[in-house]
Design a protein around this ligand. Structure first.
Ligand code: EPS
Length: 376
């Protein structure tokens, strides 16, 4: 399976085409819309989210809600549509790049003088399409008992040490939260951190943990570097705008631990098969899933568009000038978690299809059952 996305932040629409998705999978547009809504709302989001009402149109690839095996095209129209493909929009040239955004690096790379021609595509609005693709994948993965969920574990200088025991605990606790947290006490402080950044015209980042449960052992590969599941997951999560670090399992903590206390000892019982007492490896060993929950963590930087804007340089005059103050979010950590869940869903779907075939759900299910028979 592969997919391509298209669309500018203030263009007519954002869209994606998924190729190589199996035949015979039931896809509900309402479940895609549910994910889109989760991406839009979130404590700290800006005014654009009050304008948009993201709803997917599934343009091709389905008949009577069932995939045909043909390319699936998903499209979301932008309500705040002000740039056009065939006529002039009359928007003023933006000549001052925002530090931290793609503005200057993009202008240099593409020999561009107008920052708008870069920011329209680099905007995180593009992640609408990835959430659509991920929401299609989540519906496929549900048929294999794979669940994906996330929680915010830090905002700015506030962090929570609460550790969930299972994905069910994450789903239950975040369901009652205003900020997709599992720690109600720390959540209050995180909300205050976002409010304080807003009052000061500043922005704030944070940390999100993303889990997948029910992933069978054997996805990914040890045989070649680019087939390693941990490498692939890291690349997919790192591709989300504002993500600057990815950890799997104990991640950076491994560096300070001895081998004797860090590796997950192996046990066997007739009912559970192979199992581990701990999951420091985050469900992946040697680039292959080992049957334990996949545990990942992402660090999200503060949004680069500030009300109290930073020092920059005018691209055309080369004179010092403050970055423009434009409408923006204060904190996108919660939404980044939704996007990360969906990127993980895409990655796991691709890896599952690599192992069990990709033409039809029927064939994949047969191969899946046969694999487990050969294991026991
Ligand atoms: C976004 C839409 C954008 C921003 C945000 C994400 O809308 P606008 O630029 O019209 O206000 O709110 O973009 C960024 C975070 C970014 O860095 O570009 C969205 O739909 O998620």
């Amino acid at each position: 399976m592969r997919f391509l996305t298209a669309g500018e932040s203030h263009g007519q629409a954002v869209s994606a085409i998924i190729e190589g998705f199996p035949k015979g999978v039931k896809i509900e547009a309402s479940l895609i819309n549910k994910e889109l809504k989760k991406r839009m709302v979130g404590f700290g989001r800006g005014k654009r989210m009050g304008i948009e009402h993201d709803r997917v149109e599934i343009v091709s690839g389905l008949r009577n809600k069932i995939t045909l095996g043909s390319p699936i095209c998903v499209l979301v129209k932008n309500k705040d549509h002000k740039i056009f493909t065939q006529k002039k929009d009359g928007l003023k040239i933006l000549a001052v790049p925002r530090p931290g955004h793609a503005d200057l690096a993009g202008c240099l790379k593409y020999c561009e003088q107008d920052v708008r021609n870069i920011l329209e595509r680099s905007s995180a609005r593009e992640t609408v399409t990835r959430v659509c693709v991920g929401a299609v994948c989540k519906q496929f993965l549900a048929g294999f008992n794979i669940k994906i969920s996330s929680f915010v574990s830090g905002v700015g200088k506030i962090s929570s040490a609460a550790r969930p025991k299972s994905i069910e605990e994450i789903i239950k606790k975040t369901g009652k939260s205003k900020l997709n947290c599992i720690d109600s006490e720390k959540e209050k402080l995180m909300i205050e951190e976002i409010n304080s950044a807003r009052r000061l015209g500043d922005t704030v980042g944070g940390i999100v943990e993303v889990w997948a449960s029910g992933v069978c052992a054997g996805l990914g590969s040890v045989m070649h570097f680019d087939k390693r599941l941990d490498a692939k997951i890291s690349a997919y999560l790192m591709s989300i705008p504002s993500v600057k670090a990815v950890e799997i399992g104990a991640g950076f903590k491994y560096a300070g631990l001895r081998g004797s206390v860090s590796h997950d000892t192996i046990h066997f019982s007739a009912d559970k098969g192979f199992w581990r007492k701990s999951n420091n490896c985050g469900g992946i060993e040697g680039g292959i899933s080992n049957g334990e929950p996949i545990v990942t963590r992402i660090a999200v930087k503060p949004i680069p568009t500030l009300k109290d804007s930073l020092i920059s340089v005018n691209i055309s005059t080369k004179k010092k000038q403050k970055a423009p103050v434009v409408r923006s979010d204060v904190c996108v950590v919660e939404s980044a978690g939704v996007i990360a869940e969906n990127m993980l869903a895409i990655c796991l779907t691709e890896s599952l299809l690599d192992k069990f075939g990709s033409d039809s759900l029927k064939e994949i299910k047969n191969n899946f059952r046969y694999y487990f028979k050969t294991l026991s």
